[in-house]
Design a protein. Structure first.
Length: 183
C-alpha cells in the first residue's frame, strides 16, 4: 500500500476511480487495499489526487455505498449523482488518513515503511529499497544498486526478514539475481 505525507498526516492510497458506471454517478474502482470492507464503508471520506486543472482539486468525496458488479467494485459518492459528474472524477486516486494506532498483521508493512531501507545479503549492503510494485501474482521490491535497479519477488523465501528498527531488509536471493550488480 502506498503512502504520502500531507500537512503532517500520513495518508494511504486505497483506490483509483477508473470509469463511470451507469447514469446515476457510480464509478468503477480499482482497489489498492486488501481491506475494502473496512476502508470503503458508507460515510468514509477520501481526499483526491487529481490534476491541477480538475474542479475536484483540494476536495474530498464521501462514500455513500459500495456495490459489486461482476466481481468489480463500484462506488457511489455523495454529491456525484449523474454520469457527467462521475466522468470528471475518472483517474482520481483516493487517499485516507492512516490510523497511527492501527495494528498490522505480522509480516505486513506499508510501502512507505520499506522505502529507503538498506537491503543486505549475508550482512553486506547491496542497495536500498526504491519502491514496492504491486502485481496480481506477487509484490516486488525494487532495489536500487550501484549498477541499476533489481526487482526482487517479495516472498518469504527470498525476503526472510524485515527489521524496521534497524532499517534493514535481508535477502536470500537465488543465484544470478544480484550477480550483474556486484562491483
Amino acid at each position: 500500500m502506498s503512502a504520502r505525507k500531507r500537512s503532517g498526516i500520513t495518508q494511504l492510497r486505497v483506490g483509483r476511480l477508473v470509469k463511470a458506471h451507469g447514469l446515476k454517478g457510480a464509478l468503477k474502482l480499482e482497489l489498492y487495499t486488501d481491506e475494502p470492507e473496512r476502508r470503503f464503508v458508507p460515510g468514509a471520506s477520501f481526499s483526491l489526487q487529481v490534476p491541477t486543472t480538475s474542479p475536484w482539486r483540494g476536495k474530498n468525496v464521501v462514500l455513500r455505498e459500495l456495490r459489486w458488479f461482476n466481481d468489480s467494485p463500484v462506488a457511489f459518492f455523495e454529491d456525484v449523482t449523474d454520469r457527467t459528474t462521475a466522468e470528471t472524477l475518472i483517474k482520481a486516486i483516493l487517499w485516507v488518513d492512516q490510523d497511527e494506532a492501527e495494528e498490522l498483521e505480522p509480516d505486513t508493512w506499508y510501502d512507505h515503511q520499506l522505502v529507503e531501507l538498506d537491503v543486505q545479503i549475508d550482512g553486506t549492503t547491496v542497495g536500498t529499497v526504491a519502491r514496492v510494485d504491486h502485481f496480481p501474482a506477487q509484490d516486488l521490491l525494487v532495489v536500487t544498486t550501484p549498477k541499476g535497479e533489481v526487482m526482487v519477488p517479495f516472498v518469504k523465501e527470498i525476503v526472510p526478514a524485515v527489521d524496521l528498527e534497524a532499517g534493514v531488509v535481508t535477502l536470500t536471493p537465488p543465484g544470478g539475481l544480484f550477480d550483474d550488480t556486484a562491483e
